[in-house]
Design a protein. Structure first.
Length: 145
């Protein structure tokens, strides 16, 4: 049987509804952010030996892990550092965050949604008869030419 070696485990998670990557890079040691080269911040903690990519939408990816324990340790490490710095808030579970986002809809958004939900007004009998009459007169003109 072929011997299998784990070289690289990649895992992702969402730790916040958003991150300011400039502040994150200034706060975390061994963290780089160069938006001209890559859209995420790159954090290399001393322990565990992993690379953590952080994105402005609050998602993170742990790469270069050799074990699931390294993944978990890396995620806990970055999450605690960001929480301690006040850069993230815990994400609510069971759809509470989605409910909060829904409640934040502005009044104009709600009005626009209501307008879109309204059915198109149907043509009245008078409008239908006018359309039919216009169509007949067009046919007569075509025959005359």
């Amino acid at each position: 049987m072929v011997e299998i070696f784990i070289e690289n485990i990649i895992a992702s998670a969402t730790i916040s509804s958003g991150l300011d990557l400039v502040v994150v890079a200034q706060t975390l040691p061994n963290c780089e952010y160069n938006p001209d080269r890559f859209s995420g911040a790159v954090f290399r903690p001393d322990d565990p030996p992993v690379v953590i990519l952080l994105f402005n939408n609050g998602k993170i990816m742990v790469t270069a892990a050799k074990s699931v324990a390294d993944v978990e340790s890396g995620m806990k490490n970055v999450e605690s550092k960001l929480k301690d710095a006040g850069l993230i808030q815990p994400i609510e579970k069971d759809g509470a965050a989605d409910k909060e986002q829904t409640e934040k809809k502005t009044k104009s958004d709600q009005e626009q949604d209501q307008d879109e939900d309204q059915p198109e007004p149907e043509e009245t009998d008078a409008e239908e008869k006018k359309d039919e009459k216009d169509g007949e007169s067009g046919e007569e003109e075509d025959l005359m030419n």
